[in-house]
Design a protein around this ligand. Sequence first.
Ligand code: C2E
Ligand code: CA
Ligand code: CA
Ligand code: CA
Length: 281
Amino acid sequence: AKQFGSNTVQFYRDSLQGGSRERLLLEAQLDKALVRGELEVFYQPKLNVAANRLQGAEALVRWRHPQRGLVSPASFIPLAEETGQIDAIGAFVLREACAQARAWQQSGVAELRVAVNISMGQLRQDDFVEQVGAVLAKTGLPAHLLELELTESQLSDDVESLARVFLRLRALGVRLAIDDFGTGYSSLGYLKHLPVDVVKIDRTFIHSLDGSGRGGDAAITRAIIAMAHNLGLEVVAEGVEAQVQLEFLREHGCDEIQGYLIGRPVEAAILANRLRGQAAQ
Ligand code: C2E
Ligand code: CA
Ligand code: CA
Ligand code: CA
């Protein structure tokens, strides 16, 4: 088990590697979880480095399982992607996150940009762009306060049809981010073809930054920041856990950082308290 905030997150042992019986059980339970309202969205703050202010938050789904406690998305998102349940789960997270960001904006808590993870299966739905437009219209969230995160390793296939969807999403005014940047094989090539706004440096590169500026990961991090800025993109670093990592990233002009140093994913109400404190400063 792993710690998230004060809550212990349970992993389903062998849920994915395990037998088909276990998987079927999990799949059936996940269907019920949605209907019963057991899925919840947590929010992890993102710090604007130059302004030293919380400016965004990533929506991260959790499953509050009646017997097993808080279940990590790593235990059920991959399965949901295989079964297609990700469409319904993703739609829930998108609605929830947009409604939350709008509520914070309207109540004066904060004008926070919310980032939502989107799986490739969701993006391939014929009406995905319409779904996003409808959620924005229904919640009243201004499109520029929504960012969609797409994981690099999932972007491998047909770049041209992806680019068409990306263009339609950007026409709505939504921001697009490439998540886990640097872990795929085609990072540089497709950046030229895909209209995106943000690259999110994968936390495996950030992990070993020790402030010395030496080592391959430091070199790669510097190179990603420089390249992204040359392309006119913003850069977010995820998995920032230490002050020396923050200093290194600040020194090299990284725009936003996210990680346990700034805050763990927490319930909306907990983040709201922190945001009110920031507004009061
Ligand atoms: P991700 O999109 O790369 O999200 C970042 C993960 O890193 C989160 O794990 C977060 O809790 C964790 N993290 C944040 N800061 C730190 C840090 O300083 N150190 C370390 N070691 N880890 C940190 P989480 O919440 O367990 O989510 C895991 C993955 O599940 C996400 O990775 C994302 O790929 C997926 N996921 C979560 N929510 C959704 C969702 O609503 N839809 C989809 N499609 N995927 C989701
Ligand atoms: Ca993400
Ligand atoms: Ca990531
Ligand atoms: Ca990831």
